[in-house]
Design a protein around this ligand. Sequence first.
Ligand code: ASP
Length: 363
Amino acid sequence: MGLKANYLFAVFFLAILACSERKYEKYESNKEFSSWNKVQPIALVIHGGAGTIKREDMSPEREKAYREKLMESLNVGYAVLADGGKSVDAVIAAIKVMEDSPLFNAGKGAVFTHDGKNEMDAAIMEGSTRNAGAVAGISTVKNPITAAYEVMENSPHVFMVGKGAEQFAEEQNLELVDPNYFRTERRYEQLMKIIDSERQQLDHSSIREMELEDPFFKDRKFGTVGAVAVDAAGNVAAATSTGGMTNKRYGRVGDVPVIGAGTYADNATCAVSATGHGEYFIRNVVGHEIASIMRYGNKSLDEAANEVVMDQLVKMEGSGGVISIDAQGNISMPFNSAGMYRGYIREKGQAQTFVYNDEDEGL
Ligand code: ASP
């Protein structure tokens, strides 16, 4: 090949290189443009328990108190997300507000065991790593959800119970309180009434009469609190906290701290927090079941959550509901009981709260 041919070949080669470089630059800037363009939604959903919550039994003051506390919890949790914080921190912040309030069956205001104690369960899970932490049967940690978080973050374990969990919480410098801190008179009265009805071996209609006399007695079973969220990084998280069920005995533990049952999070599918008759939620592995229906059945979050709560659980008479969210910010909150204290807040949105089953959630 002559010198001229060599020269022409070199020019041709350089021209091709320059073209492909420009093409690559364009591709790169398009990529950035599209990822700037796609805004990752942030959102938080909470519940304050499901149960026989009916309009006719609720006083306006009581409803207002619940809605205000739910609103506060949503705003406190959302502030974490809006600040660029992690979903796991947002759900903790939201739960703490409800644990500190005597209105809910979690932290202060937890229901009583048959032996007149408050024994609490809590769990937390993050969807990016599927790390999880849970505690059960604890009576001295002011905010049980913080104990679950410490188990996840600062131990090689997932689940701790009773005295061991309390000792671990103390070693992590969590705030401890006298077990009496959790006591509320109304919850104690609920226990007394249930024990009384058991003693008298009351039939269904007499129990109904007691419920009519004292609507709060109806609330005797549930009242757990929960939160699920997605943050600006697209990571989901779930957290749940409870006193369990009134009159529980023999160290009974419900679904709340059972990862996959009452609490579950996986970025690939969803984050779920449940409330209801725990035994049924454990047997149906509710949180993981919803995720599995999405993953293997190729269903949307709403389809999967409804299938489990409104079909599988209903067939077994497992009363309750869930709140759930996916990484795209879709929300679903089905329940098969008369009511469920619940609410959500989304980017640029106002916090919204709901109590009954006939309210338009606007989802
Ligand atoms: N699921 C809880 C339990 O069985 C009770 C509730 O949700 O209120 O312990």
